[in-house]
Design a binder for this molecule. Structure first.
Ligand code: SF4
Length: 357
């Protein structure tokens, strides 16, 4: 599927005239740097150490990705107690409380921490505020894995609020020593309203040094806002437990599109949604693979929506290096290889000469 391509005969596979039908494809969309790093960490661990590799919780919130990794030998567990001693356990991109690291160490489980560095940044902020005895108001969704992990960084100092409506009931020890932090995948606009409500109650409210809502979340929300304002229908590819995906649907609805639907893949698309629809916006949450977007575009093209125009609102260049446990191991392998070569060259030069073709 080529962007900006137009159906040559203006006719869909079903014979419908496709004149005027088009797709607006949001950019950026789909995988972010943190998701890419986490998935590559599992694949690289499988390649290096072999199956099974245990993964605590869904590595990223996408059913397709999880199923694919299961087929390659990843075993997903919810509890560290389910991991056999001496095994390798990968911690998901959402991050965990310090207690999980301790549980793993107690069971002699080797952890590879695939927490997104932008979640780790929030963890560090929580730790710093707690060290200064500043009370933290964490804005986020109760029960979401990232929120559970961030709450665990400073449990005695942190209170969760889900939105502006929770602010009035907040009780704090010292209104002059309150800071706010947030989940990385929230609605930018709603979080702005929650922070405004907090500041109205606590004028000395301390902000994090930089935005906690990550670049990927912000960029995808800006992009879907743009296409939603020009579309009759918006399709958001991603799983139901993906926070940033669900936010994209909400943002599209708020931007005024007639209908916004989350889909895991083409099987979820209801043909009746296309009735009287000329322009379809397509985007994907930060954990949804591009291969599914490609399938959706092909499905739409077969129904007369072959004209695909990319609407780019930002360019992303962020890349994260692999978790340090894997980098350290790589360096160890490289060092061991160099040492073996030196030993060979130093002690058995004739053997080396014989081996060289
Ligand atoms: S959505 Fe943001 S915080 Fe979450 S993994 Fe991606 S870059 Fe990291």
């Amino acid at each position: 599927m080529n962007d900006n391509s137009t159906c040559p005969d203006g006719m869909a596979a079903d014979g419908a005239v496709s004149v005027g039908r088009r797709v607006l494809l949001a950019a950026p969309r789909g995988w972010c740097a943190g998701v890419d790093r986490a998935v590559v960490a599992v694949e690289e661990s499988l390649r290096r150490f072999g199956a099974p590799i245990f993964v605590r919780h869904e590595i990223v919130h996408n059913a397709f990705v999880v199923e694919s990794l299961k087929r390659q030998g990843a075993v997903f567990v919810e509890d560290t107690a389910d991991v056999p001693e001496g095994s390798i356990l990968i911690l998901s991109a959402h991050g965990v409380a310090p207690q999980i690291h301790q549980e793993a160490a107690d069971r002699n489980v080797i952890t590879v921490d695939a927490t997104c560095p932008l979640v780790t940044k929030v963890h560090r902020e929580a730790g710093r505020f707690a060290d200064e005895d500043i009370e933290i108001v964490l804005i986020g969704h109760e029960g979401h894995e990232e929120v559970v992990g961030t709450l665990g960084q400073a449990p005695g100092h942190t209170t969760l609020v889900e939105g502006p409506d929770d602010v009035a009931a907040l009780e704090v020890r010292d209104p002059g020593k309150v800071a706010w932090l947030s989940q990385t995948t929230l609605s930018v606009d709603e979080t702005t309203r929650t922070v405004a409500a907090l500041r109205a109650r606590f004028p000395a409210l301390i902000s994090p040094p930089s935005d906690d809502i990550c670049y990927a979340t912000q960029n995808r929300q800006n992009a879907v806002k743009q296409i939603a304002s020009m579309s009759d229908l918006v399709l958001v590819v991603g799983s139901s437990n993906s926070s940033n995906t669900v936010r994209l649907v909400e943002v599209a609805e708020t931007a005024g599109v007639g209908l916004a639907q989350r889909i895991d893949g083409v099987a979820d698309i209801d043909e009746s949604w296309l009735a009287d629809v000329s322009v379809i916006g397509v985007t994907a949450g930060a954990s949804a693979p591009e291969s599914i977007v490609v399938e959706v575009l092909a499905w739409l093209a077969a129904r007369g929506y072959a004209d695909v125009q990319t609407v780019e609102t930002a360019q992303e260049t962020t890349v994260f290096s692999l978790p340090h446990e894997l980098r350290r191991d790589l360096r160890g392998e490289a060092a061991a290889g160099a040492s073996r070569r030196a030993e060979t060259e130093g002690t058995r030069p004739e053997a080396v000469e014989r081996d060289v073709p």
